[in-house]
Ligand binder design. Sequence first.
Ligand SMILES: [Fe+2]
Length: 138
Amino acid sequence: MDLFEWDESFCTGIPHIDEQHQRLISMISDLDKADREGTGGLLISYVLQELMRYVTLHFEEEEQLMMSYDFPGLVSHRQEHDFYVMRLKHVQESYHDGDALSKNTLAFLKDWISCHIKGTDQIYAEFIRTKTGTVKSN
Ligand SMILES: [Fe+2]
């Protein structure tokens, strides 16, 4: 499987959001690595827990940001966030019940976040950039 790394195509032009996205991608990458190297269940369990904590925090920050700029797409954006949190919770529960992380699960965690950042997040980011008159640096 290809390495999952942040690159400019993920850029939103909002520095603290880009930093959080980099961290999220790096956490999912750690999960992928731990799974591939068979590093052990404790590490995977810890990374899943950290991912849940961080993704929740990040989504809340994004939602606050959208709210503060009166972004009209907040409701549907929030629904996407809620869907990911629900799926991640399910992944965590099945893992604790003894199911291994499947390739499909890892692919879902990576693909969803990738599509979300490159698609849905770009919409609110462009809205905010237009409102604030800022441009993407890349
Ligand atoms: Fe988002």
